[in-house]
Write a protein that binds this ligand. Structure first.
Ligand code: ADP
Ligand code: MG
Length: 444
């Protein structure tokens, strides 16, 4: 392999990227990334911080593959060296007076993750306004704030947005925004450097602590204790704490004490944005990428991508590259061709109550007519409740309408069944499997 081949590829990519985005975007996000090394199978680049790495992979993954080698998994074979040091901890010499606090941690906030760039909808409105309030008056509204939801729904985005707002409003605020892994690494580093006392003082002197992905504290007993102590110290001083997690506090494998503390303030959930919000997100992201999506096309995509917001972003990125390369408008046809494979989750068939009843009846070995009847015997009432649970989960209809399809049950009966089964599923693995198999039968 002649030396310089990958370099040519990288330069060609740079030329391509330059045409794709605005000048400032290019200068801020792409240009600082430098090629360091190359060989037959990969390139190594140096980036000033992790956000540039994230930006590049998030926005140009597909395109990179056309210019540089790819791995067997079809990912671009690119390795990053992050040149910026981690948030710095300056070690005190042993005999320095302890009151001279010289630990300085730099806050790393992703510049894209602001409230302005965060599209609001029913799934996130409440939590967004709660954290905006906390950013304005840290420690004075809800405290702590605990945000939970599935991956890719904007938890980290909101956390960083709080950081930006706090610093915009109160420049002098002592703030730290850190992942739980970062916090653990900080403890390890400081233990090694014998500077753990300063580290504790540093964290306990913060005005605002933003901590991401607390689920990584599970099964790390010693770190949990340190976190809990920091947490309590900050809470006692009425300092603001915001935590994100993939699960609500009660489902985390952490001490009862910490769980109770985390439930003290506001626990809020972020769900998948509804259809209209997904359309708004698509159109916003498309506009930033310089392509226009007509309403029908945006709806066409939003109806088919409903797992998480990151996928919506990925879809826009691909469409933007495709339409710019070929110089075409984004039509439904182009969408099918370009991102059709992202649509594999679309249910092929419309789920109806009859389909659910059929599937439940064969799984639990009861008759459909019994499920629709008013019989209260347990062997029938239970599968009936399962069917009601599935109906509420899988069918986009009002509870009143659904109740009618169950032989005239009221909406509160449906809701009661849904709640009951939902709770049981979380406690009973066997039932969970049964229900998931029933659902597979319905879908197939
Ligand atoms: P999480 O931390 O919940 O896994 P992230 O905060 O990393 O999710 O969000 C994933 C991506 O989706 C990010 O690029 C983020 O900017 C974007 N995103 C999520 N929710 C929204 C929203 N409501 N409006 C605009 N962008 C969003
Ligand atoms: Mg996150």
């Amino acid at each position: 392999m002649s030396k310089g081949l990958q370099e040519r590829g990288w330069n060609a990519f740079l030329d391509f990227a330059k045409k794709q985005c605005s000048k400032s975007e290019y200068n801020n996000w792409i240009l600082p990334i430098q090629l360091e090394e190359e060989n037959d199978s990969k390139i190594v680049v140096k980036a000033p911080n992790v956000f540039m790495q994230e930006y590049l992979l998030q926005n140009y993954k597909e395109e990179l593959i056309s210019f540089i080698p790819s791995t067997s998994k079809g990912e671009p074979a690119i390795e990053f060296i992050i040149s910026e040091e981690k948030p710095q901890t300056v070690v005190e010499t042993v005999d320095t007076a302890p009151q001279e606090e010289i630990i300085q941690s730099k806050v790393l906030l992703n510049p894209f993750y602001t409230f302005d760039n965060y599209i609001e909808g029913s799934s996130n409105q409440f939590i967004k306004s709660a954290v905006m309030g906390a950013a304005k008056r840290p420690g004075k509204t809800y405290n702590p704030i605990f945000i939970h939801g599935d991956v890719g729904l904007g938890k980290t985005h909101l956390l960083h947005a709080i950081g930006h707002d706090v610093l915009n409003i109160h420049k002098k605020t002592k703030i730290q925004c850190i992942t739980t892994e970062g916090f653990i690494n900080d403890i390890v580093d400081n233990l090694r450097n014998k500077s753990i006392a300063q580290m504790k003082r540093y964290y306990r002197s913060l005005d605002v602590l933003l901590i991401d992905d607390i689920q990584f504290l599970q099964n790390r007993k010693n770190f949990e204790e340190e976190f809990c102590a920091t947490f309590e110290s900050l809470m006692n001083q009425h300092k603001q704490i915001v935590i994100t997690s993939d699960k609500p506090p009660s489902q985390l494998d952490l001490s009862q004490r910490l769980i109770a503390r985390m439930e003290w303030g506001l626990v809020g959930h972020i769900g998948m944005p509804d259809l209209e919000t997904r359309v708004a997100i698509l159109q916003d992201k498309a506009e930033r990428r310089g392509i226009s999506l007509t309403n029908p096309v945006a709806f066409f995509i939003a109806e088919r991508i409903f797992e998480n917001v990151r996928q919506l972003e990925g879809a826009v990125n691909r469409l933007s590259a495709y339409s710019k390369l070929l110089g075409t408008e984004v039509t439904e046809d182009v969408v099918e061709r370009c991102i059709g494979e992202l649509f594999r989750y679309v249910p092929k068939k419309r789920v109806t109550v009859d389909l659910i009843l059929k599937s439940v009846s064969s799984m639990f070995n009861v008759r459909v007519s019994d499920l629709k009847s008013t019989t209260r015997s347990k062997s029938i009432a239970f599968p009936r409740q399962v069917a009601m649970y599935l109906a509420k989960e899988l069918i986009d209809e009002s509870l009143v309408k659904l109740g009618e399809s169950f032989g005239g049950k009221t909406h509160s009966t449906l809701l009661h069944s849904w709640n009951k089964i939902k709770k049981q599923i979380s406690e009973d693995e066997h039932l969970k499997k049964q229900i998931s198999m029933t659902q597979k039968n319905i879908d197939s």
